[in-house]
Design a protein around this ligand. Sequence first.
Ligand code: URA
Length: 423
Amino acid sequence: MDVIDVIRTKRDGRVLSDEQIRWFIDAYTHDRVAAEQASALLMAIVWRGMEPDELNVWTDAMLSSGERLDLSSVGRPTADKHSTGGVGDKVSLILAPLVAACGVADPMLSGRGLGHTGGTLDKLEAIPGWRAELARDEMLRILREVGCVICAAGGSLAPADKKLYALRDVTGTVESIPLIASSIMSKKIAEGTNALVLDVKVGSGAFLPNPDSARRLAETMVELGSAHGVKTTALLTEMDTPLGRAAGNALEVTESLECLKGGGPADVREVTLALAREMLSLAGVSVDPAAALDDGRALAKYEEMIRAQGGDPAAAMPEASDRRTVPSPETGYLQRLDARSVGIAAWRLGAGRARKEDPVDAAAGVVCLAKPGDEVHEGQPLLELHADEPGRFDRALAALEGAIAIAPEPPAAKPLVIERIAE
Ligand code: URA
């Protein structure tokens, strides 16, 4: 096989053969194709796209570059959720124990955050003692015994994606629906779950802000999951404003606990329950998840999961040493509180990382003291910024310029769950 022929095929807008795809993914994963050649092919894919069958083979080749977990020993239906990432999106922390409390095991292999959206592992790592890195046997034991586990994916699942994603990150080739869909789905299918629900965010804080692109990504991922024997559906959900009130690692753990106790912000509860109902329905379990939130069963599962991974669910969460507030510029109704700006502010306060090697500050973040639709008064604090290094406040405040709009009337209500996508 000649790599230059493979590149030319895609450059000229033709469909790659199964043989070309499988050869390329294997050769690049094993360092037999140079990074500049792989970059050229990726850029050609960005421009030319991929046909559905071609993308299916590409995804399958990425999946076959590593192992696919066998969860048959878990002895229960399995279901997982993947979110394309949003500001204040702490749903995973509530959802995994919630569905486990309803009889469906959730093997949630997760990642760390990069950029303005936080990662689930970073959030849980704010809990003293909690471990994200688990050996395969330990992960399976916790899944069997507790019914849910949230841990790092490890290098053995879809290693081709690890190499390709790192290359895409530095060659301007992340923004391609086939490349994003195959990257996400190769990892999720490798997890071995029977069912998968995708939470595809739409709006300013989303990875793909445009609704049409988000819908095409959701449809493509649903097709890939189904073609690989994983029952897959997607919900498009609103991400113009942060989900809940907290954006930042420890702050989000605290808010998740409020939801697990049956309270917490209404939007977090609504999105979590919508995703839980999808997961339970795909797994063939007809149980009302709201009852498990309200009667403490989900909270008990959460505490069991945290303890099984070395954490102390009762430990005090880290708190930032310094705070600033952002006052309302006028009296009226909060019309807009821009998710991306809040995400960038939280990131600049220390909650997120710019490079994957960077540490994160568990205590840093932003608390939204008001949400769109609330009546506010001039001078009333709207946001509370938390940081351990006072030098970080100026850049965080700069990110929030233009993020807030006040008007005499409340904004029109928008649904949180915009659309459901199934095969
Ligand atoms: N997340 C992934 O895992 N892969 C992508 O390509 C984009 C976002």
